[in-house]
Design a protein around this ligand. Sequence first.
Ligand code: ZN
Length: 225
Amino acid sequence: MHSLSLAKFREWSFWSLVFPSRCVYCAKEMPASNILFCDRCWAELPRAEKTPTEKLPRYVDRVHAGFAYREGGITREIVHALKFDGHTSLVPKMADFLIRTIPAGYLNSDDVWTPVPLHWLRFGDRSFNQSLLLCRELTNRTGGEIVPLLKRTRNTPAQSGQGFRTRAQNVKDAFRYSHKGEAPKSVLLIDDVVTTGATVSECARILKASGVEQVRVLAFARAVS
Ligand SMILES: [Zn+2]
């Protein structure tokens, strides 16, 4: 329990016993054991389909994102509930659903898993990195090895609603390579959501400048228009 205060959590637990729980997305009744979203909404998460014209973010070799992230959509609600409201208890389910979408051969046994460092201005009392939490849950399931290779060097302004050019400038030099020892050959870069691709591109640029040969991105969601 991080950002969601204990008092708030107790209040939520109490009221969930008194009143039937409702999904915060579709408003249908659901078992009190469900967190925020009902099973049907999870099952209907829209997959992020690849389009033939899709461009890879610069320096990135491949991107796999599980679900389509769009204004008003369930994917965005889940990502925001985690990132902005601190519902870290959503992460195991996010990992379960993401894993089912990963194409065969996307993961290699010699991959080093590394999360995008906390890179947005913190909102409220957020003190966790959602990408690291996701990375932990994923490696618990895949047996992968986490090595944090990057550190944030400064705060970057909040990125929501900004275009690629502004974002790219904001993240420029926002990270540094922090690993001692030989650079791994193959890195899986984990993020909760890829929007313009500016952040993963900047991370990949630094990783490759530091000797990493291949950078693949694995994200829960990807912005689609
Ligand atoms: Zn629902």
